[in-house]
Design a protein around this ligand. Structure first.
Ligand code: SF4
Length: 380
């Protein structure tokens, strides 16, 4: 029998840290392997968080470094940056995530071992996580009401697989509830490539309908279906998370971090600034490389004022390549002109003041609208 490996990637962000704590507490019977994919360009606060989590879990977090960069004296980012002859990553050419996060992870898992990968996307988010193309890796999202990945749902709701799903429901439901299941399973579905949006809508309809009849039953039905597939969970006799109905949102994540003593990553803490006699507060909204191109202008200003050495380091990449800027249309040199800083802070203040209803102490909550941008492999 193949032994299933259960892995959890700690990104340095709040959600994956909280997920590690939550699963460790709730499912001590599962032997989790924790890993961290290092770019060499994180803030010190990230390494502090990793240390705190290791102490809490009483277990090492494996630091994965991209294979090619292992023998190099350079950090992984600079190794690839130089290998690509000074080609800097961007939202449209994200070699950084691919080379330094996804590939090391897939190499670490290998091609054989059935592996369940736990992802900290929360119940209050509406996005999909990274789903590996490798057959031996399956993603599970324990913080969401629906813990299954999109690829599983596509197969589950394919009419040719529905008899297995129905078999399960036939054994536990009767009468009107069973009729409702049949109705949902028989509702329209298309898998035409050019009708992707319709497919998603139809899957959502079936999924929500079945989950409304009972999340635990839906999980068991899905598990029964998986038993007839090659998915990693098909190698498990039972799976403790099937009986989990928890849905965890942002406040839960902060609570878990606080109550465990691991603490909230220090870069989320608000710091006061003053502009034109008015007071505002800024912080960083996500983990990842300190020069990540997904960050907002106010976060660049935070970096400049709170970690000037890192900001200077980010500038060296712009200075090395004519025309390159981390931000669209604006160089870091221009960004830190006093008048520009003033303007960015005033804009930020205006935005945050218009979200008065928010009483959370974290800037992240204020930056709600942008949190979804970027990379699920880097920021969760
Ligand atoms: S944090 Fe940003 S720059 Fe770093 S690897 Fe992720 S996407 Fe790339």
């Amino acid at each position: 029998m193949n032994k299933v490996k259960h892995v959890l990637g700690i990104s340095g962000g709040k959600d994956s840290a909280a997920l590690a704590i939550y699963l460790h507490e709730k499912y001590p019977q599962i032997d989790f392997t924790y890993y961290y994919t290092d770019t060499g360009k994180e803030l010190d606060e990230t390494y502090q968080l990793l240390e705190n989590i290791e102490i809490y879990l009483g277990k090492k977090i494996e630091h994965l470094v991209a294979h090619d960069a292992k023998e190099s004296s350079e950090n992984p980012f600079d190794f690839f940056y130089k290998s690509f002859r000074g080609y800097v990553p961007s939202p449209t050419a994200r070699w950084c995530t691919n080379m330094m996060k996804l590939q090391p992870f897939e190499r670490f898992v290998g091609d054989e071992t059935p592996t369940v990968s736990y992802v900290g996307i929360r119940g209050d988010e509406d996005r999909e996580g990274y789903i590996s193309k490798k057959d031996n890796i399956q993603s599970i999202f324990p913080f969401r009401k629906n813990m299954w990945s999109e690829d599983v749902l596509h197969k589950l709701f394919n009419p040719k697989n529905q008899s297995v799903v129905l078999d399960y429901y036939n054994s536990v439901f009767k009468g009107a509830k069973l009729d409702k299941v049949v109705e949902l399973l028989n509702s329209e579905i298309t898998f035409e490539r050019h009708q992707r949006l319709a497919t998603e809508r139809q899957i959502k309809h079936k999924l929500n309908g079945l989950m409304d009849l009972g999340v635990i039953d839906f999980n068991h039905a899905t598990f029964q279906f998986l038993k007839g597939t090659e998915y990693p969970l098909s190698f498990e006799d039972d799976y403790a998370l099937l009986d989990n109905e928890d849905v965890l949102i942002r406040d839960d994540v902060f609570r878990i971090l606080r109550e465990s003593g691991v603490g909230i990553p220090a870069y989320y803490n608000k710091i006061e600034y003053e502009v034109d006699g008015q007071k505002g507060e800024y912080a960083r909204s996500r983990s990842g490389c300190f020069f990540c191109f997904f960050q907002q202008k106010i976060e660049w200003i935070w970096l400049y004022e709170q970690h000037p050495d890192k900001f200077k380091e980010a500038m060296t990449y712009e200075n090395a390549k004519e025309g390159f800027t981390w931000n669209q249309y604006e160089s870091l040199k221009d960004l830190i002109e006093p008048e520009r800083i003033r303007q960015i802070k005033l804009d930020h203040l205006k935005r945050t003041n218009s979200k008065k209803s928010d009483d959370s102490p974290y800037l992240l909550d204020i930056l709600d609208d942008t949190e979804g941008d970027g990379c699920t492999a880097c920021f969760i």
